[in-house]
Design a binder for this molecule. Structure first.
Ligand code: PAF
Length: 282
């Protein structure tokens, strides 16, 4: 497996792959790989000839006071994990490589899809994500790109962007991978101390109990939200940012829990902000 830092080098590899009619699968990450990332690499390997994993902690998607500086980084461990899952290339550019001096072009998706849910408390976040993902797509030119459904809003935003900008890449969303106790895997879970880690299990518990209520016939999205809020508030360490029951693709509000439904939430536990969700076909 190769580890490349220069855009020029990765472009050479892509040209070579194209000359040999190889399909390219791409897994964009910010590193500190966990089981969720590894499942994306595995799927990319199953479906493509060449698999590229990018590891880049993207400064433009972090707001002031967020965890850009402290975001966990371990390129050596990440590279060996990526290799063990069959990745062919790790692309790990510097900030200067991705955002050279004078860089002033950004990609912004308008409307509810970026303004609601995480967008409401992380203004500018999805502009940073859309910009870096567009740059990475332009560099890697993948046939398919793999994203974890844990970041459901990110998947919706990227799908919208790919459609709007006529980008020639298939977006492949992959299921959330959970720890044994239900906590959705995330690089940020490493911030949690033992007590916070235990408190974090209430998120998936609330989501799955809400799913049971829906299966029993509850169709009122507000009742589902209130139920989740009450359940999470029973855990004193949790501070809710949002709980939303919305359309799975557009993220628009819904009047009835019917069809493609996303139940999404963000909760602060101590200093750590965790997100989780369930997407249901009702
Ligand atoms: O999901 C992530 O890790 C990041 O938002 C992404 C897609 C790699 C862009 O920086």
């Amino acid at each position: 497996m190769k580890i490349l830092e220069a855009i020029g080098d990765i472009r050479e590899e892509i040209k070579e792959a194209r000359r040999n009619n190889k399909s390219v699968g791409f897994v964009p990450t910010m590193g500190y790989l966990h089981g969720g990332h590894l499942s994306l690499i595995k799927k990319a390997k199953e479906e493509n000839d060449l698999v590229i994993v990018s590891i880049f902690v993207n400064p433009t998607q972090f707001g002031p006071g967020e965890d850009f500086e402290s975001y966990p980084r371990d390129l050596k461990k990440d590279s060996s994990l990526a290799q063990s899952m069959g990745a062919d290339i790790v692309f790990s550019p510097s900030i200067e490589e991705m955002y050279p001096l004078g860089c002033s072009t950004y990609v912004e998706i308008e409307g509810d899809i970026t303004k609601k849910l995480c967008g409401a408390s992380r203004s500018g976040h999805f502009k940073g994500v859309a910009t870096v993902v567009t740059k990475l797509f332009n560099i890697v030119m993948p046939n398919r790109a793999y994203f974890g459904q844990k970041d459901a809003q990110q998947v919706a935003v990227i799908k919208r962007m790919v459609k709007d900008l006529h980008l020639d890449v298939e977006i492949v969303p992959c299921p959330i991978v959970r720890e044994g106790d239900g906590l959705a895997m995330s690089s940020r879970n490493t911030y949690l101390n033992e007590e916070e880690r235990r408190a974090g299990t209430i998120l998936s518990k609330a989501l799955f109990e809400a799913k049971e209520r829906i299966e029993e016939g509850e169709i009122n999205p507000l009742k589902i939200s209130y139920f989740i809020i009450e359940t999470i508030e029973s855990e004193p360490l949790c501070e809710i940012d949002y709980v939303e029951v919305v359309h799975g693709e557009t993220l628009e509000s819904i009047e009835r829990v019917k069809g493609d439904v996303l139940i999404a939430l963000a909760v602060k536990i101590g200093k750590t902000r965790l997100i989780d969700n369930l997407r249901l076909e009702v």
